[in-house]
Design a protein around this ligand. Structure first.
Ligand SMILES: C[S@@+](CC[C@H](N)C(=O)[O-])C[C@H]1O[C@@H](n2cnc3c(N)ncnc32)[C@H](O)[C@@H]1O
Length: 280
């Protein structure tokens, strides 16, 4: 008999043999997700705060993250004195996020919802969605609907920082990303790999594989996810249609506030700072 804890088995036989493989949404494992991607969070937050200071045409006090997941960035903002809130479609991620906020003395400010169709109780001054979360909206209609919801959620002059990978039409796209992390006796090896692309449907098939190991257990999580693809031209066309916003600045994933970038056809990673216009 095997005993399943947090989705994986712990028999002696399992320990000696190959790890148990489960096919499941990686976001259902918020501890593993967070440990994998939390490394650069402080830097991202410092960069975003600089962006808000430089590009918002208003004081930024309230910040919101659609698709917040574990909310890895939210406690940093809260410690800087911002009122924070988040929204995600995954209830396990939301619980993780709220539990951490509460443990650190902040309110449980993340809610369950769909970032393509939501309405906040009150408006916010700034928002951010980093590391490709936006691309999880796999249709053009969802993407536009999200931007419409974000425009409604933001006060005039507020900004939305949107970080994503573009599909270069010049040069070779990045197609694998590896992370190795550890905490106590837990070791994680996570790979994010492009398995295929459908240029006509504009879909990238990505497999996330996470090997989790403790002295007693070994588990492999495999998650197949679809991301919408954007060439620079397609991204520009989308933003033109989202006329609620103007582009205040563009950066890359090095997050250097004094080094904005010019978007080119070989640009692969971009953080675009969208500012809500007065007339919409
Ligand atoms: C790549 S993770 C990013 C999490 C977080 N933004 C971060 O930077 O660590 C993507 C998150 O988007 C969430 N998500 C995917 N589709 C969504 C949707 N339609 N509405 C809300 N959240 C969604 C997933 O549950 C997951 O937590």
């Amino acid at each position: 008999m095997s005993r399943h804890v947090n989705g994986f088995a712990s028999t002696r036989a399992t320990r000696r043999r190959a790890p148990e493989v489960i096919y499941q949404n990686f976001y259902d494992f918020p501890h593993y997700y967070d440990l994998t991607f939390n490394g650069g969070s402080r830097r991202e937050v410092e960069f975003l705060i600089q962006c808000f200071k430089r590009h918002a045409r208003r004081d930024v006090r309230q910040v919101f993250e659609p698709g917040c997941g574990t909310g890895r960035l939210l406690p940093f903002f809260a410690r800087h004195g911002f009122a924070v809130s988040g929204l995600d479609i995954n209830d396990r991620a939301i619980d993780f996020c709220n539990n951490r906020l509460q443990r650190q003395g902040f309110s449980r400010a993340a809610i369950l919802g769909d970032m393509a169709s939501f309405r906040l109780a009150g408006k916010v001054d700034a928002a951010f969605s980093m590391i490709n979360t936006f691309r999880l909206l796999t249709s053009g209609r969802q993407a536009m609907s999200h931007l419409r919801c974000m425009a409604r959620a933001l006060r005039v002059g507020g900004v939305y920082a949107l970080g994503l990978h573009l599909t270069p039409v010049v040069g070779k796209p990045l197609c694998v990303e590896r992370h190795t992390n550890g905490k106590g006796k837990l070791q994680l090896r996570t790979t994010v790999r492009t398995m295929g692309v459908d240029l006509r449907k504009r879909l990238e098939h990505v497999r996330i594989t996470c090997h989790a190991k403790t002295p007693l257990r070994r588990l492999q999580i495999a998650d197949d996810t679809l991301f919408r693809m954007y060439t620079l031209a397609q991204f520009r066309a989308l933003l033109r249609r989202a006329a609620w916003f103007e582009i205040a600045a563009t950066y890359d994933f090095t997050y250097q506030i004094d080094s904005p970038i010019r978007l080119e056809h070989d640009t692969q990673d971009v953080v675009v700072i969208l500012r809500k216009r007065a007339s919409c």
